[in-house]
Design a protein around this ligand. Structure first.
Ligand code: ATP
Ligand code: MG
Length: 266
């Protein structure tokens, strides 16, 4: 067992995370190419520490693009994105990475141990942190049953895990970093009903302790959010709580019926 020298860590040049207070998008427009169409059009919203924000909308409406901009996966937006009043373009990407943890729609697994896939070589994450994170998101039960447990070697693309197990590991990965803001681009792949319950409980646990932006497909995730933004063709067309938007009887209400119908099929 290799033990890291704590003095090494303290002099390394990993920037401190931002103590998150507020995120604000103001009239954000974005195009993936110089001559391409805007896929985000005047997107504005505000998020405070502890808030849970859900992004919903049909495929291609711009949900993932919003979080790619916030995570600085893409730059070159117009308008303004501020974290605690500082323009995102002024914040180094290394500091953004320390502050925000992103669970992408496409789950990536390394051909390495479960432990590595959760810690990802981040120096400040101990084995205990890995196990605590796994337990917090209900991944520890299935990990304990793998041959070798945390030393079980995952194949490329997570081929020797179920889709649901890979999701739970990616949750543990996001939580282990102890970031202030968790971004969850919820995967749509169907999982068995027991794993589905674990996933929903894991999301509920994350919601109870973190500031979260979730691209949400699950009814439970959407319902538990403080604010829902409904996107269509790069624009926010409705915003409010679940109850407010249902009463409004617009696009959200229609989307929800669709989601409910899909649930009944499964
Ligand atoms: P889904 O629910 O299918 O994940 P989404 O709401 O996340 O959809 P985005 O991925 O944000 O949608 O895409 C918004 C628009 O931007 C779409 O028209 C899409 O085709 C386009 N787009 C997304 N990624 C790229 C890219 N890398 N290059 C060019 N266009 C892109
Ligand atoms: Mg998406």
């Amino acid at each position: 067992q290799k033990v890291e020298d704590p003095t090494v860590e303290s002099v390394s040049n990993v920037p401190d995370p931002i103590a998150l207070q507020e995120i604000e998008f103001k009239n954000v427009c974005f195009s993936y190419s110089d001559d391409g169409p805007d896929v985000l059009k005047n997107v504005s919203f505000k998020l405070k520490k502890g808030d849970r924000l859900a992004l919903v909308g049909t495929t291609g409406s711009g949900k993932s693009t919003i979080i790619r901009l916030l995570a600085k996966t893409y730059t070159g937006y117009r308008g303004s994105i501020k974290i605690n009043g500082t323009e995102l373009s002024e914040i180094p990407i290394a500091q953004v990475r320390e502050t925000i943890s992103v669970m992408h729609q496409e789950i990536f697994m390394f051909n390495d141990t479960v432990e590595f896939n959760i810690a990802l070589g981040r120096k400040n994450i101990s084995q205990t942190d890995v196990e605590q994170a796994a337990s917090f998101v209900y991944a520890s039960r299935f990990i304990d049953q793998l041959p070798g447990g945390y030393r079980f070697v995952i194949q490329d693309n997570g081929d020797n895990l179920s889709k649901g197990q890979a999701q739970l590991i990616s949750f543990a990965r996001a939580i282990a970093g102890n970031s202030e803001l968790i971004i969850l681009d919820e995967a749509t792949s169907a999982v068995d009903s027991i794993t589905e319950q674990y996933i929903q409980q894991a999301i509920a646990n994350i919601f109870s302790t973190k500031t979260v932006i979730a691209v949400a497909h699950r009814l439970s995730t959407i319902r538990n959010s403080d604010l829902i933004l409904v996107l269509e063709d790069g624009q926010i067309i409705e915003r409010g709580t679940h109850t407010e938007l249902l009463e409004h009887g617009g696009k959200y209400a229609r989307l929800l019926h669709q989601i409910e119908a899909e649930h009944k099929q499964n």
